[in-house]
Each structure stands twice: as structure tokens, then as C-alpha cells.
Design a protein around this ligand. Structure first.
Ligand code: NFS
Length: 676
């Protein structure tokens, strides 16, 4: 195995992770111990043997041209405090850090938005009836989206307005949506969904995205050697590109997925490695694209496949997800989540994973090495995401024969059931979760069918039962203790009556810790939030979906503004964002569109800007002056939550609703005065 090779090369025995110290989750700990006992290396061990580069993590290593890498550590600042650091071309620390940051934004926007483009292509293909595998599931949402894309939903017939044919609307929606990636002029159509004040700020600052692809290409051009050398100007383009993600590619992805696969409504399911079943064929879908996994869900439940599994000696087929593919099929079909980002290798270590199907993003290449130690079939499915290892099977997915692809994949998994060679060891841990809180579902829960709106939420924020709203997103990071920051921060927030909206691996962490049930309110919330959760029957943490569904958070915030009483803009709201254990470029893009939309956003693991303090201050203090939102970094989870609460309290004070929380203690004299 890997370990032996390393041993030969270095002469040193590689270190292994201390399972007690690297995670708060028992199932993860037990599987890590098993992996170590079997000599199977995982990311937890690799994190012990490779430390991050100090200069790179400060953001001041420039490898953009062939004369470098030029390294500008903070220690090279002159003793008198003067910053004369520069690369061979003269690029300053600010320029280098801003360029690196911008390229991370571009990477994140590209990942979310290219996913969005694929969805738009499948959508159009379904609308044109080129495939029978996908159909329009949510017509109400189709009509709502049509309006935002300036697609007519009625036609004039003899001077009268008549409803337009739904199929025709769908085709035009698909075409209009797709053109958002590359149209030659104008601006993204969804930007006007933001509060008017915010839209005007973007307009005034010249950051309205023109089309999605162009903003990514612009970043790659301007950060090429010898182009933009002004960190303020580079940051402005980061904003334009990030907005093209949050209010563009991601929002389109979410909307079109909802129309095609159904808008999520609350449902009950489970999370953690314990969802696997020893006597079932276990199929794990991992990555980010719901198009194929939707088909896998259908095939895995089909009579034909279930009886095929029975012939092979299995009692059934258990489907489970990892990362955001998990969140996608979980929120629409109740398929349980097997785990988050850091648990992907460990699912295979159970010895019970008959096939792992991966698409794009957040997939470890080391899965192939782990799969080699067990019977697991690792199947790649996307033409842009293959693996070099020879034990990986590639079954390319195409929406035109989606069902056949899914059948081949599920059959391969069932065939592999009888090949289990290692002893199966499935952890006991699995927790119940309620997921599926789309904006529409929240509206319904708060107001019912006829008066669905965010008024009730606003009322309860104004009267102080709910102190504020927090949006928690993002990954796990092998440099931090798995799930510890996510859970500590959330417990501190809900204890202080802050309701939490959650997505991505944060939501999976909350699910495994049992925070996504209405019952958790009584155990962990302050009295105000607990009362609301009990009355409405919701958990204190609302699972809003995958990472592209962070666009739901933007729309929820907009709905709160529209419901009134809490200011005119997102930056006026008692609202804060957080990515406690971020690691991906997508998280940087999300952070930047949150900030550019007016949200105070705290990251729990340092962002690569600390080596350029002037640029870092620009992201925090200056951004706040322009958009009302700012970046912040706080690794200590309790301090992290307190910073968010302090921001919420500041906003309550500015809105004049802070006094609602104060209890009036009356002495005898004032009582008598009242009675008189
Ligand atoms: Ni978001 Fe989803 Fe998880 Fe992070 Fe990766 S799965 S897209 S990037 S690790 S939350």
C-alpha cells in the first residue's frame, strides 16, 4: 500500500492520526481506527504527514509566471514596519494575495456555474422532449422562474390574455437560462431579484455581472502576469464574478433543479455511516450533480432491480449519499446521507459499500486507493472527472440515455454484492433528520397555504423571541477537528435564540449530531427560539440543501427584507453568515457573494490573505463601507459564534428593536403607581 512506498522513500514511518483528536463523531472515529488497523491510509493520516505551506496559506506565494514562485512571507516586512516586499516583476503582497484570492473565486464560480449550465442543458433537452427521462415536475415554480427571466406566461388571443402553453414556456425558460452564461450584452436577469437598494449599490459600483462565463474569464485575464496591479480593482472583479455565482449560476441551478426534480418540502430521513445495511446492496452516490442520482434513485427502487438484488442474495438496495449529491437526493426523496466530505473514504472502509458512484467536485483521488483494499467498485460518470487509477470504472452519463446509464450502474453494484471480501463493520450511529426547507417550504410552514410569507418570522425577530438569523455553510477541513466547529458554533447560536439556515456539509454535520429535529429545540435552544420551534414544529436548524442552494439563503434574506419592519436591504437585517470548516474554492466564492450582498461573514479556518494585511483589511473594513457586509476570520468556535451574535445585536440596535428583549423589573412603588 501507499504507506510502504513512503516508508521506503523516506526511511521514516508515516504518522497516523489520533482518532480521538481529529473528530467529534464516533462513527468517524471507529472507522478511522479500523482503517488504521488494516493499514489503509486516509486523509486524517495524510494531514499528519503533510503540513500546509506557510507562505501559501498567507496568500503571498505568486506562481502565476515562470520566473517564480515568488514568496513574500510576512517575516520579510522591514524591521521598521515598512512593507517593501515584491516579486521579480515588482508585484506587491497586496497584488499577489488579491490575484490568488481572485483565482479562488473564479474556481468556485466556475464549479457552481458549470454545474448550473449542465442543469440548464438537461432542462432544455427535457423541455424540447429530446429525452423522456426528465419532465417538468413543478409547474408553479416554472411560471415563477419564467417571470424572473422575462418569459411571457400569457399570450394575447383576440385582445384577451390567455395562459401560454407550459411546454412552450419551458423551452423559452431553458433558452433564456442558458444564454445567461454567454450573452453578448446586458446584465444577469436575476440581479433584480435582490432588494432594490442592494441592486442600486451594485450598479453604482459597476459590479453588475454581464454574463457568467465572462466574469470568470475576466478574472483569469486580469490576474495573468502583468495585468491588474490594484487590489481594489481586483476585488471589484471578485465581487462581479461572485455575484454571477450566487445570483446567477447557483441560483439558476437551484431553480431549474427544483422545476425538474421537485421543489423540496420537509421530510424525514437519517444521516451518518450507520445508514448502510449489511444484508443490502449498498450504493453510495457522491459529488454534486443530481441528474444522474435522480435516475439511480428511480432504478434502485424498481421491482426489476430489487428482484435482481434478491437473486444475488441481498435483502434490498440501500442508497446513500456523500457531500452535496447526498443533499440533493435527500431533500427531494429522503435518501439518507452516509456522511460529509471527510467521511468519503470511511464509507468504503466499512467493507459494505458495493459501489461508489462519483460525479464532480469534492471527490478524493485517494478513493481509488481505498477501494483497492476492499471489493468496492468505484465508478466515475462525468467526462470532466476521470481518475488515473486502473481499478476505476468509467460509465459516462448522458441525459439522453440517463435511465440506461443508471441501470448499468446499479446492476454493476448488485453484481458486486457477492464479491465482499473483508469483514463488514458498519458503525451503529445514524441520526434522524428533517430536511427539505426550500424558501417555499419555509414560507408555507410559517404562514400556511393562504398566507404563506415571512411575516411571522419578522414578527418574532421584532418581538425578540428570535434574536436573528445565521446562515451556516461549507465543508469539513482536515486541518480542523471534524465537525467540532460546525456543532459548537451552532449550539452557541441557537442557545442565544439565533435561528440557523444550513447547507452543504454543515447541514450533514448538524444532521449527524441530531440538530435537525424539532425535538432538539427543547434541548439546545434559548427560550424564545425553543417556543417558536415548538409552535411551528420546525427544527432550530433548517436544512436548505446543497451548496448551490446557498442561493436559497440569499432569497430567504430577500424575503425577510420584503416582509418589512427590518430595514430596506440585506445589510440591515440581524443576520450573519459563517463557514466554520471551509476548504474549497467554492466556499471562497460563496463567502464573497455573501459579503457583496451585505452579509457579515465569518470563516473558521484562516483565509489566504493574512500575508497581505492591507488587502485583508480591504476585504473586511472597506467592503463593509461599500456593501454593508464584510469578511472576518475567527478560528475559536465560541468566539466565532459570539462575533456573529454581536453583529446581530448591533443590527437590532440600529433597527431600534433591541429594547424588545429587555424585561421591565417593577418595584413596589411603580406597581402602586400603576394600580392607582
Ligand atoms: Ni460545498 Fe458540497 Fe461539502 Fe464543501 Fe464540498 S460537498 S459544494 S464544497 S465539502 S460543503
Amino acid at each position: 500500500m501507499n504507506k510502504k512506498t513512503e516508508h521506503k522513500k523516506t526511511g521514516k514511518t508515516p504518522k497516523t492520526a489520533d482518532a480521538q483528536k481529529v473528530t467529534i463523531d464516533r462513527a468517524t472515529r471507529d472507522m478511522l481506527l479500523r482503517a488504521q488497523a488494516l493499514g489503509v491510509e486516509t486523509i486524517f493520516d495524510r494531514a499528519q504527514n503533510m503540513k500546509p505551506c506557510n507562505i501559501g496559506s498567507q496568500g503571498t506565494c505568486c506562481k502565476i509566471c515562470g520566473m517564480g514562485p515568488c514568496r513574500l512571507p510576512l517575516s520579510k516586512i522591514d524591521q521598521d514596519g515598512e512593507d517593501n516586499r515584491k516579486g521579480l516583476c515588482g508585484a506587491t503582497a497586496n497584488t499577489i494575495a488579491a490575484r490568488n484570492f481572485a483565482r479562488m473565486v473564479a474556481g468556485g464560480v466556475a464549479a457552481h456555474s458549470d454545474h448550473g449550465r449542465n442543469v440548464a442543458e438537461i432542462f432544455l433537452s427535457a423541455a424540447l422532449k429530446e429525452t423522456s427521462n426528465y419532465t417538468i415536475k413543478d409547474t408553479i415554480k416554472l411560471l415563477a422562474v419564467a417571470r424572473h427571466l422575462s418569459v411571457d406566461t400569457t399570450v394575447d388571443v383576440d385582445g384577451e390574455k390567455v395562459d401560454r402553453d407550459v411546454d412552450e414556456i419551458a423551452v423559452e425558460v431553458g433558452e433564456k437560462a442558458l444564454s445567461e452564461w454567454g450573452k453578448a450584452s446586458g446584465e444577469l436577469l436575476y440581479l433584480k431579484r435582490a432588494p432594490e437598494t442592494l441592486y442600486e449599490k451594485w450598479q453604482k459600483n459597476g459590479v453588475l455581472p454581464r454574463n457568467i462565463d465572462r466574469e470568470i474569464v475576466d478574472i483569469m485575464h486580469r490576474t495573468h502576469m502583468g495585468v491588474d496591479q490594484d487590489y481594489v480593482n481586483i476585488t471589484r472583479q471578485c465581487t462581479r464574478a461572485a455575484l454571477a455565482d450566487g445570483w446567477g449560476g447557483s441560483m439558476l441551478a437551484t431553480d431549474l433543479q427544483d422545476i425538474l426534480f421537485g421543489t423540496p418540502y420537509p421530510l424525514e430521513t437519517q444521516a451518518n455511516l450507520g445508514i448502510l445495511k449489511e444484508d443490502h446492496v449498498n450504493i453510495i452516490v457522491h459529488g454534486h450533480e443530481p441528474a444522474l442520482s435522480e435516475m439511480i434513485v428511480a432504478v434502485a427502487q424498481s421491482e426489476e432491480m430489487l428482484s435482481y438484488a434478491a437473486q444475488k442474495g441481498a435483502k434490498g438496495i440501500q442508497l446513500g449519499g456523500i457531500c452535496c449529491t447526498a443533499n440533493e437526493i435527500l431533500q427531494r426523496h429522503g435518501v439518507p446521507a452516509a456522511g460529509g466530505f471527510l467521511q468519503q473514504e470511511l464509507v468504503i472502509v466499512t467493507g459494505a459499500c458495493d459501489a461508489m458512484i462519483v460525479d464532480v467536485q469534492c471527490v478524493f483521488q485517494n478513493l481509488a486507493n481505498v477501494a483497492k483494499c476492499f471489493h468496492t467498485k468505484l465508478i466515475t460518470t462525468n467526462p470532466i472527472a476521470k481518475m488515473e487509477q486502473n481499478n476505476v470504472l468509467h460509465i459516462e452519463f448522458d441525459e439522453h440515455h440517463a435511465l440506461e446509464d443508471a441501470q448499468r450502474i446499479v446492476k454493476a453494484a448488485v453484481d458486486n454484492f457477492e464479491n465482499r471480501d473483508a469483514e463488514v463493520m458498519i458503525p451503529q450511529e445514524k441520526a434522524t433528520q428533517i430536511a427539505g426547507f426550500s424558501v417555499e417550504a419555509i414560507e408555507y410552514h410559517l404562514g400556511g397555504t393562504f398566507r404563506g410569507s415571512f411575516y411571522t418570522l419578522n414578527d418574532n425577530i421584532i418581538n425578540g423571541r428570535i434574536r436573528g438569523i445565521a446562515g451556516l455553510v461549507g465543508c469539513n477541513n482536515a486541518r480542523t477537528k471534524h465537525n467540532e466547529n460546525h456543532i459548537t458554533i451552532i449550539k452557541e447560536l441557537i442557545k442565544n435564540d439565533v435561528i440557523v439556515l444550513s447547507t452543504g456539509c454543515n447541514a450533514i454535520a448538524c444532521a449527524t449530531e441530531g440538530l435537525l429535529t424539532p425535538e432538539s429545540a427543547a434541548a439546545y435552544c434559548g427560550p424564545g427560539l425553543a417556543e417558536i420551534c415548538e409552535t411551528v414544529g420546525i427544527p432550530p436548524v433548517l436544512h436548505m440543501g446543497s451548496c448551490v442552494d446557498n442561493s436559497r439563503l440569499l432569497l430567504a434574506a430577500t424575503k425577510v427584507v420584503e416582509a418589512g419592519g427590518l430595514g430596506n436591504d440585506i445589510c440591515d437585517l440581524p443576520l450573519a453568515g459563517s463557514a466554520p470548516e471551509w476548504m474549497s474554492e467554492k466556499a471562497i466564492s460563496i463567502g464573497h457573494y455573501f459579503v457583496s450582498s451585505g452579509v457579515y461573514t465569518v470563516f473558521g479556518y484562516g483565509i489566504p490573505t493574512s500575508g497581505a494585511p492591507v488587502f485583508h483589511n480591504h476585504l473586511s473594513r472597506d467592503m463593509a463601507k461599500i456593501y454593508g457586509g464584510m469578511w472576518d476570520v475567527e478560528p475559536d468556535p465560541v468566539a466565532h459564534a459570539r462575533k456573529m451574535i454581536a453583529h446581530i445585536d448591533k443590527k437590532r440596535q440600529e433597527l431600534g428593536i433591541d429594547r424588545a428583549r429587555e424585561r421591565v423589573l417593577m418595584d413596589m412603588a411603580s406597581r402602586q403607581a400603576l394600580e392607582a
